[in-house]
Design a binder for this molecule. Sequence first.
Ligand code: FMN
Length: 218
Amino acid sequence: MKLRFKSTTIGAVNAPCRGKFEAAYQISHYQRSKSAMKGEKMKEKIKVTDYAKIITEMLPKGILLNTNGDKFNSMVIGWGNLGTLWGRPTFLVYVRQSRYTKSQLDKTGEFSISSPLEKTMPLISKVCGSMSGRDIDKVKEAGLTLEEPEIIRTPGVREYPLTLECKILYSQDQDLAKIPEDIRERMYPQDVPGTEPMANRDFHTMYVGEIVDAYLIR
Ligand SMILES: Cc1cc2nc3c(=O)[nH]c(=O)nc-3n(C[C@H](O)[C@H](O)[C@H](O)COP(=O)(O)O)c2cc1C
């Protein structure tokens, strides 16, 4: 894929000139989404690197990892990495074995990331960070408003407008034996069942998501 260094205006979602790099990194303009045409929200395409500071500062406070397998579900994540792998823009997430989210990721091979620009919302943090999609409908309980995706099948969340659409390129289970002992003891206590929302006995699987689209929901 030849990189383009100028902003490009794109009318149709799947216009042939719209390469992955352009979509994720280089387009900076307003695009009317299907919903915007109906007089609803608009998506402002962004260069992800312009938002690296916000994403990395919001992460430890808890942003959303959204999946759409048997149903739409959002889980709070505090760990993640924005960067480049194999020459592609990527976002890495770390998901413990017993999360409902893990079964959805393995089924669909994709996810979206939703980050607030300034502040997390207490109800969203509570519902999406301590309850499982196995037991409840988080859209209803957390009052989430879903925004139609552009490239993948997983919506974004309007309440947290900074959105990354990601396709999973690679995944790898953590090897607990290789994790420094002090971290292993704190983060992976073997006497805590995997159903606990925070630190427990489960290791994480790392999922490398290629960022195929990035925008703000306005
Ligand atoms: C601030 C915060 C950060 C979290 N980060 C992660 C994470 O990076 N990976 C993970 O597996 N769980 C993380 N969790 C826990 C999950 O959000 C929680 O267990 C959630 O209920 C799982 O939802 P699910 O079963 O619907 O997938 C975090 C929770 C909070 C509150």
